[in-house]
Design a protein around this ligand. Structure first.
Ligand SMILES: [Zn+2]
Ligand SMILES: [Zn+2]
Length: 118
């Protein structure tokens, strides 16, 4: 059941679990988002929190996946969760109200598509 990330780097940020769950800003300890555990293989978030802290999260389970498709589509929101528009896999929640700015990339494991928000 346990997945081991191939690459994991957190800067000024804490994660509730090894590779998912609530994402906390180290500056103010507020929640800035939620990462779903099993639906992604790649996640990279760079943000500036309202408290002034700049942080990032980078998690990779399969680094060199050449079949990956980049999509121009936006994630869709279902019950406060940003989801893959193809198969509705829940991926991530970003709590915009706690952030000054952010950008992220995430892929959906089910359809191997990568989405970007900048
Ligand atoms: Zn903060
Ligand atoms: Zn998908």
């Amino acid at each position: 059941m346990a997945r081991i990330p191939e690459y994991k780097k957190l800067i000024n940020t804490r994660l509730a679990n090894t590779y998912g769950g609530w994402i906390y800003c180290d500056g103010c300890n507020k929640t800035i988002g939620y990462l779903c555990y099993v639906t992604y293989d790649f996640f990279r978030l760079v943000y500036q929190c309202k408290c002034g802290n700049c942080g990032s999260v980078h998690l990779v389970f399969s680094g060199e996946n050449t079949d990956q498709i980049s999509s121009e589509q936006s994630l869709i929101t279902i019950k406060n969760r940003l989801c893959c528009p193809e198969d509705k896999s829940p991926l991530v929640t970003i709590l915009e109200k706690n952030l000054d700015s952010y950008k992220y990339e995430i892929n959906c494991k089910a359809c191997n598509t990568k989405y970007q928000v900048k």
